[in-house]
Design a protein around this ligand. Structure first.
Ligand code: NAD
Ligand code: MN
Length: 496
């Protein structure tokens, strides 16, 4: 029997008003149908906005520490259901249950971090330029926030946006990603169980070009927080700019590891392999370029190819899989297209490059871990985000050449440097055009209490997570109190 999932609007579970649905399947076994989800449209967005606006009138006045307590409660429920949630997530996303546990844990971490900020939602006080006058700022919610997410970390991304948005007193409309809607539905159930009042959090399922676009255009939505591709980010940016709505975009990456001549090569290989290939490279912070000093290039590449070939590609249901499937046929074809065009442009495939077939591989979409050299920094494969298990190599003669190659990519999300040299490490922080830097670590591994996000094509607006998120989802109000019992003029030169 097919399971029918629902939207959640004003604390009611409901179908799309049109009655339309879409199907979601397990990427590790596309015969395994998870269920049917409402294919929402403009009218469902309108209903969610009405519910969210109504609920906002009361939610905004709940003291932030009380709002934080609801987040704690949600974190506790998530903790108690962690494995069950991970299984649901693994089935619809395709990563292993262990990988999915990490995704859920990241959400739990954010619940507790954002919850604790309820007693730390600080404004500032300052001395006035006048006598007997007091100056300070206080933070207030933005209003109704529309959240549009990606499928690759369905629990983590949903939590990283929703928890800080709620802590700041906003109402939220979540648009789930169409490949991972069930995880988002489970999250919404948990929030209701934790005691979130009706209408404060609403969920609509459906396609980006339909309900996603409608959410970005609705005048009752004060802010859009988006995680996804830079191309869709640009469309959303235009829609928000057209009506002066607040906006935060977390977009793609073309992240690099830089490996210097003094690097610990084994460590660098380990960091590069997990950064490039785990979950088939479908991370915004995946390592898709390795920029390697010529002195250690051959040693690095030899070890890298050995380790890449030893990776086990398999379904998320097999705990021993190192590399799990691509999310969809569309994504698989996209990655194969990039590999083919790289070959046509003269790049050389050192290992991998093909779709895997036979046995479990026929039940989903799998591509071998792929390493490519003979690449020019101007080539498409060197510049575009591939979002697959594909790594390109560059050989450089110096630190400064490494930085020049690094900064040629139009993206700037995360970067790592393998070296023992403290001078190079600190210079790297200054020299790279990027949002997150790591020394002697992979290009992923962001923590919930620290800001996350990128520059150039990788982001616009605010940083995600940490205190930056608390700033992003609130508005500063500046407050003056004059206790001089006179009308004072702030322009000093006008005073006698
Ligand atoms: P995508 O841009 O195709 O889709 C993202 C979301 O946008 C989906 O929910 C989709 O339904 C919605 N959408 C599509 N068209 C829309 C429109 N016209 N209006 C409104 N919404 C619309 O991206 P994807 O393929 O799902 O995810 C992969 C991308 O996400 C990669 O580029 C990856 O780097 C990026 N990503 C970034 C981060 C980050 O924090 N920087 C994290 C994870 C993923
Ligand atoms: Mn699916």
């Amino acid at each position: 029997m097919t399971t029918h999932f629902k939207n959640y609007i004003g604390a009611e579970w409901c179908d799309a008003l049109s009655g339309l649905t879409f199907e979601n399947v397990n990427p590790s076994d596309i015969q395994d149908v998870i269920g049917l989800f409402p294919r929402s449209g403009k009218e469902d967005v309108a209903a969610a906005v009405t519910a969210a606006r109504t609920a906002f009138q009361e939610w905004k006045n709940v003291p932030p520490p009380q709002r934080g307590e609801i987040l704690y409660k949600a974190g506790q429920i998530m903790q108690s259901r962690k494995e069950e949630l991970a299984k649901i997530l693994s089935r619809e996303n395709g990563k292993t249950v262990a990988g999915a546990m990490g995704d859920v844990q990241s959400g739990i971490d954010m619940a507790f971090y954002a919850g604790s900020e309820g007693r730390r939602w600080f404004g500032k006080t300052a001395h006035s330029g006048l006598r007997k006058r007091f100056a300070m700022t206080k933070r207030y919610p933005v209003g109704v926030v529309g959240i549009i997410t990606s499928w690759n970390f369905p629990m983590a991304i949903t939590c990283w946006k929703t928890f800080p948005a709620l802590l700041c007193g906003n109402s939220v409309i979540l648009k789930s990603e169409e490949n991972t809607p069930q995880t988002t539905g489970e999250f919404v159930k948990i929030m209701a169980e934790a005691g979130l009042p009706a209408g404060v959090l609403n969920l609509i399922h459906g396609f980006g070009s339909e309900c996603g676009e409608a959410l970005t255009l609705h005048p009752g939505v004060d802010m859009i927080s988006f995680t996804g591709s830079s191309q869709i980010g640009a469309i959303i940016g235009k829609n928000c700019a057209g009506r002066n709505a607040k906006l935060s975009l977390e977009l793609g990456g073309k992240n690099a590891v830089i490996i210097m001549d003094d690097a610990d090569i084994s460590l660098a290989v380990d960091g590069t392999v997990c950064g490039a290939f785990s979950i088939s490279g479908q991370r915004c912070t995946a390592t898709s370029r390795a920029i390697v000093h010529s002195v250690v290039y051959d040693a690095f590449v030899e070890k890298l190819l050995k380790k890449a070939a030893a990776q086990k590609v398999g379904p998320g249901s097999d705990p021993s899989s190192d590399i799990t499937p691509l999310i969809s046929k569309k994504q698989c074809d996209r990655v194969l297209g990039y590999i083919q065009r790289a070959k046509d442009a003269g790049a050389r495939i050192l290992t991998g490059g093909n779709q895997l077939t036979g046995g479990v591989y026929d039940k989903g979409y799998y591509i071998e871990p792929t390493v490519i050299d003979n690449v020019d920094p101007e080539m498409e494969i060197a510049r575009d985000e591939v979002f697959g298990p594909v790594l390109v190599l560059f050989k450089v003669k110096s630190y400064s050449e490494a930085i020049a190659v690094h900064n040629k990519a139009p993206y700037g999300l995360s970067t790592s440097l393998f070296t023992q040299d403290v001078n190079k490490s600190f210079s790297f922080f200054d020299d790279t055009e990027t949002g997150v830097c790591y020394i002697n670590a992979p290009t992923f591994g962001s923590e919930p209490h620290m800001p996350f996000g990128g520059v150039k094509l990788s982001g616009l607006g605010y940083r995600e997570a940490g205190w930056a998120a608390i700033e992003a989802f609130s508005e500063v109000k500046t407050l003056y109190i004059d206790y001089s019992a006179q009308i004072q003029n702030v322009q000093f030169d006008n005073q006698d």
